[in-house]
Design a protein around this ligand. Structure first.
Ligand SMILES: Nc1ncnc2c1ncn2[C@@H]1O[C@H](COP(=O)(O)OP(=O)(O)OP(=O)(O)O)[C@@H](O)[C@H]1O
Ligand code: SF4
Ligand SMILES: [Mg+2]
Length: 334
């Protein structure tokens, strides 16, 4: 019998009101404007699993991340963590209890660290907030342990964030995230701001921590090459929707959705097979007025009649955990 997933996101949708102020709308005779940042996004994350979401800028990745950790209310849909509904109407106290069990790591480690606090205070903060130590000595011991765990020196606790490099600052963020003993980490572009060599070190650290602590990750990146070595399963997002979901190896070996195919063609040819690198043509459409039917149709070389009219559903064709939202795939045209 398979165990239930740790995290279940069902039909998450988030609409932002991006209307101009009331008076400007009145003068310019403009209606209210809404932006659908995320539409019907569902995924699950098993224990010790890494599920990645990839997509271009504006595809809704961070919005999904913030709804998943409880920082942003969904317009519709639900998130359950270990069976507890994060957004249940009467669930404020349950939500508070869940907070300890999930943490988030952001792209810019400098912006997410208080520059006026020493590192030991930064890392100790969640330990105090969640009442996880009985006295100062225990807190100091735990902070030293956490700094060592992420590859820093316990003596680094006496320094300020600006005294560290970008990679070391991300290690501090990871130590702080781990200080509440979470089970689930949402990592939103955790290495995108770092040099390539440092990126690899941080990714290795995250994998190592996952093994040692039994963590589950939702890992967000615009870079397919980065998620390839991190993720068990990958969801590809386009304009607020998941357009393909597949085990990582299968997604790379045999992508189904045209957008995934084009994303892969745009990757550098690391295997030096002589494959040309082709950037994806066309612009990402305006999310306030997305194209009708499949939002990818203006850029899709495989588009045919239904694509301009009907939104393709995310469908599993052969029951093997793979799903794609594409009329051409369903029709067997690709
Ligand atoms: N608070 C907000 N108010 C209005 N629109 C928003 C808000 N937050 C996000 N959006 C819009 O929602 C869409 C999705 O944004 P989101 O930040 O989730 O994308 P992303 O995939 O994380 O992009 P990036 O790779 O640039 O981080 C974008 O069009 C963005 O402009
Ligand atoms: S539904 Fe049509 S337009 Fe959309 S990706 Fe598939 S073939 Fe292309
Ligand atoms: Mg983002």
């Amino acid at each position: 019998m398979t165990r239930a997933a740790l995290v279940e996101a069902k039909s998450l949708t988030r609409v932002f009101d991006v209307s101009k102020p009331w008076l400007s709308r009145l003068i310019e005779r403009e209606p209210k404007a809404y932006l659908k940042a995320v539409t019907n996004v569902s995924f699950s994350v098993g224990r010790r699993e890494t599920v990645a979401l990839v997509g271009e800028s504006g595809s809704g990745k961070s919005t999904v991340a913030r709804m998943t950790v409880g920082l942003l209310t969904p317009t519709a849909g639900s998130v359950t963590i270990d069976g507890i509904d994060m957004w249940a109407p009467a669930g404020a106290s349950e939500r508070q209890k869940l907070r300890r069990r999930l943490q988030m790591i952001f792209q810019d480690p400098f912006a997410s660290l208080n520059p006026r606090w020493r590192v030991d205070r930064i890392v100790a903060d969640p330990i105090k907030a969640f009442g996880l130590a009985k006295d100062g000595a225990q807190i100091r011991h735990r902070v030293g342990e956490l700094l060592t765990l992420v590859g820093l020196d316990p003596a680094d606790g006496a320094k300020y964030p600006h005294e560290f490099s970008g990679g070391q600052r991300q290690r501090i963020c990871i130590a702080r995230a781990l200080s509440s003993n979470p089970e689930f980490l949402v990592c939103d572009e955790p290495t995108s701001a770092l040099d390539v060599s440092v990126q690899a070190q941080i990714l290795n650290l995250m994998r190592d921590l996952q093994d040692r602590l039994g963590l589950s990750y939702l890992f967000i990146s615009h870079n397919l090459a980065v998620v390839r070595h991190m993720a068990t399963r990958i969801g590809v997002m386009y304009l607020g929707r998941i357009v393909e979901m597949a085990p990582a190896a299968e997604l790379f070996a045999a992508p189904r959705h045209p957008y995934t195919r084009l994303l892969l063609d745009a990757l550098p040819d690391l295997g030096m097979t002589g494959r040309p690198r082709r950037p994806i043509e066309g612009e990402i459409p305006n999310p306030i007025a997305p194209p009708p039917g499949c939002a990818f149709h203006p850029r899709c070389p495989w588009a045919f009649e239904p694509c301009r009219v009907d939104v393709p559903a995310l469908m599993t064709k052969d029951g093997n955990g793979r799903a794609a939202a594409c009329h051409a795939v369903v029709a067997g045209r690709i």
